[in-house]
Design a protein around this ligand. Structure first.
Ligand SMILES: Nc1ncnc2c1ncn2[C@@H]1O[C@H](COP(=O)(O)OP(=O)(O)OP(=O)(O)O)[C@@H](O)[C@H]1O
Length: 341
């Protein structure tokens, strides 16, 4: 559906030169839902604008929905939907008029655009709003109208530039439900940009991480987390109580002379492939164990069992699963969450 090679955009502004996109190669197969994830200014929108033929590349090529963006921009546009940041149509127009205008823009006959508009109004929960002006809609309703406008030509490929930015969590979830339903209904390929990590993680089948105009990773969210970040297991370990548990049920901490022995037994018990193990001993005789590992949910019970066999007891256990922010942090040394904030 998309094949871009060496796609480059350099802006010249006064004396400044901005290399917004630095020769990226990217392929998107039919039916995929791909998220371009990166901090502000990474080059996501510029990439999308080149792929939608809105911006001429400085260098490189892109074939989109069967046509070259530079040689055949009109054909590309007829085959795609594009929902930019802060669309919303003419603010003083009515919702239904906006949809009909869009249909006319694509050269559809009146009966056809009226049918499609009615269909999209129902599918995107815009019923009852047809006669309202765009400016009177809520943020979420306006974004749903944007999606409806982008779908009037029934595109096989839909681009969404930060579709959920500025929406509250409820409206974001609602918009996602609608995007997923539209995808199912029309069998579309979807390419979107976002700087919401949780959104990329839960909704996208594939995440292309962009930073400083370059693609620094490209895989499924699970593969990214497996390859570039670790889950972290934290355990509080004490010697196993001999015989019946102490009153109150909680095994006591190691006595001062025992701590080194507990640490040694932790290390011996967890020696085999659980992950990277670090220990620290607290004043209360509890040895804190931190294990960095992949598949933490599977490793956690294995670690507890290995410690039990080694004569140790686990007082508490916590699992922190890797996030796409950990991936970004490991790849760039910066936190995307902090940059987004
Ligand atoms: N028309 C322009 N003229 C000059 N510089 C530009 C222009 N458009 C974008 N840039 C610069 O190119 C870089 C990439 O911008 P772009 O909008 O593609 O980033 P982005 O990843 O989409 O960011 P955001 O998440 O904030 O939308 C930025 O440094 C931006 O300032």
């Amino acid at each position: 559906m998309i094949r871009a090679r060496g796609l480059t955009k350099t802006f010249h502004r006064k004396k400044e030169t901005v290399e917004a996109v630095k020769g990226i190669d990217v392929d998107v197969r039919e039916g995929e839902l791909v998220a371009f994830l990166g901090p502000n200014g990474a080059g996501k929108s510029t990439t999308l604008r080149m792929l939608t033929s809105l911006l001429e590349p400085t260098a490189g090529t892109a074939e989109v929905a069967g046509y070259d963006v530079a040689r055949d921009p009109a054909r590309v546009r007829s085959r795609i939907g594009f929902i930019g940041q802060g669309n919303g149509g003419g603010y003083s127009y009515r919702v239904l008029d906006e949809l009909h205008n869009q249909g006319r823009f694509y050269g559809l006959p009146a009966s056809e655009y009226a049918r499609r508009a009615a269909d999209l109004v129902a599918a995107l929960d815009l019923e009852g709003l047809e006669k309202r002006t765009v400016q009177s809609l809520s943020g979420g309703q306006r974004r749903r109208l944007d999606v409806a406008l982008g779908l009037m030509n029934h595109p096989p490929l839909l681009f969404l530039d930060e579709p959920t930015t500025g929406l509250d969590p409820h409206a974001r979830a609602n918009l996602w439900e609608h995007i997923a339903a539209m995808r199912e209904r029309y069998g579309m390929t979807i390419v979107l940009t976002t700087h919401y990590l949780d959104e990329a993680d839960s909704m996208a089948e594939r995440v292309v991480v962009i930073d400083h105009g370059e693609i620094i990773a490209d895989a499924t969210p699970d593969a990214l987390k497996r390859d570039h970040a670790d889950d972290v297991i934290t355990l509080a370990v004490v010697p196993a109580p001999g015989g019946a548990p102490a009153t109150g049920g909680e095994a006591p901490g190691a006595r001062p002379g025992e701590v080194a022995d507990v640490v040694g037994r932790v290390r011996a018990s967890l020696a085999e492939g659980v992950g990277q193990v670090e220990t620290a001993s607290g004043a209360d005789g509890v040895v804190s164990v931190r294990i960095s590992t992949t598949h933490g949910a599977d490793r956690l019970p294995e670690a507890i069992e290995a410690l039990r066999v080694g004569g140790l007891a686990v007082r508490s256990a916590a699992l922190q699963q890797a996030s796409l922010d950990d991936v970004f942090l490991n790849l760039t040394g910066r936190s995307l969450r902090e940059e987004a904030a």
